[in-house]
Design a protein around this ligand. Structure first.
Ligand SMILES: *Cc1c(COP(=O)(O)O)cnc(C)c1O
Length: 372
């Protein structure tokens, strides 16, 4: 049933003739098994599955989600280019813009993620890439990707997306005008918090550039981690449904607590991104944010989070277990002003019983009240 886990560097040729033939085939981008770094049947099975699910042409695995974000950026820009990134972009991706790209003569401008077609006003003659991430990291703004893509394409720029929240199941990047889509497979594809992996998926037009960059810089991923991603993929559809249901149940409960200023979850009807989410997404994952009212002290939030039984405190998300993490949106934005003064946190709803998760949060809010 399952592709074997090939541990391989060298792949032998039975003859010089075969060796030369394979060399030509690889140069012509024919699928095959040439050398471990270029992928084995284990790698190719995952790449094919992700490309098919997301509606792309080909995919390439990277050793982490961040490495995949870096691959998408570096493959598509060159010195002298200008890049647009949303203000809600994943923090380490923001740093790629302000540090790595800058060192290579690429300028990055951050934009309001709620800009749709108005993105046109920020585009310059040398804007080659518009990066999108929707919903945004930490703050969950939903972007109008078709509108952004239309303006970018009109002006000769490409659109790269971080599609980790939507996953290839709940957001079909390529049907919405995206040219290169990145998945931090560490999250829902792997799904069990036991491996790091990234995947870059391309259209037929963008694939040669991504393939070249990927191969030229020796990007690859270990066969056991690739296998874990394949194992995760088998159950991703049923897991995501449960993450979605649990996330909405928790978000609705949290929104009713008097200390809560705002829940940031696009699947809630009151969320500013709800209409776009309904138009473009096929579902929601388990990740959302909560902003508490001004005057609630950080120490009170710590009392809520510290005593939770079922939620671990930790980075990353997408695994079977629920997680929480304090967040500080004001610290990671430059193009927009974060309007809230109260402390904030992020919840990843795992696969546990929603009832148990709510009971645990209820006790947490009691600790928060006692600590005020
Ligand atoms: C976690 C994350 C990444 C990076 O993935 P890693 O596998 O941790 O490197 C990229 N983008 C988003 C939106 C993420 O949440």
């Amino acid at each position: 049933m399952n592709p074997p886990v090939y541990h391989a560097s060298t792949v032998l040729s039975p003859s010089v003739d075969d060796w030369e033939r394979k060399k030509k085939a690889r140069a012509a981008d024919e699928q095959g098994v040439y050398y471990g770094r270029f992928g084995t049947p284990t790698t190719q099975a995952l790449e094919e599955a992700i490309a098919a699910l997301e509606g792309g042409y080909r995919s390439a695995v990277y050793p982490s989600g961040l490495a995949a974000c870096h691959g998408a950026l570096m493959a598509l820009v060159a010195s002298g280019d200008h890049v647009l990134m949303p203000d809600c972009v994943y923090g380490p991706t923001r740093a790629l813009g302000t540090r790595l790209l800058k060192r290579f003569g690429v300028e990055t401008t951050f934009y309001d993620p709620l800009a749709g077609a108005e993105i046109a006003m920020l585009m310059r003659p040398n804007t080659r890439l518009v990066f999108v991430e929707s919903p945004g990291s930490i703050t969950f703004e939903v972007q109008d990707i078709p509108a952004i893509a239309a303006e970018a394409h009109k002006r000769g720029a490409l659109v790269a997306m971080d599609n980790t929240w939507g996953t290839p199941l709940y957001f079909k990047s390529f049907a919405h005008g995206v040219d290169v889509s990145v998945q931090a497979a560490t999250k829902y594809v792997v799904g069990h918090s036991d491996a790091m992996l990234g995947i870059v998926t391309c259209t037929k037009e963008t694939w040669p550039r991504v393939r070249a960059y990927t191969h030229e810089t020796g990007q690859t991923a270990g066969p056991d981690d690739v296998y874990l991603a394949q194992r995760g993929l088998r159950t991703m559809a049923v897991r995501l449904k449960r993450h979605w249901e649990n996330g909405v149940a928790l978000a609705e409960w949290v929104a009713k607590q008097p200390e809560v200023e705002r829940v940031m979850h696009p699947a809630l009807p009151g969320d500013p991104g709800h209409a776009l989410w309904k138009r473009d997404f096929l579902g929601a994952c388990g990740l959302f944010g909560v902003v508490l009212k001004e005057g609630v002290r950080e120490a009170a939030l710590a009392a809520l989070l510290d005593g939770l039984d079922l939620y671990g405190i930790g980075a990353s998300w997408g695994g079977y277990e629920s997680l929480v993490m304090p967040i500080h949106p004001a610290e990671v934005r430059t193009a927009t002003v974060w309007p809230h003064k109260g402390p904030a946190f992020r919840i990843h709803a795992g696969l546990e019983s929603a009832e148990d998760l709510i009971r645990d949060l209820d006790a947490g809010f009691a600790r928060l009240r006692a600590a005020r």
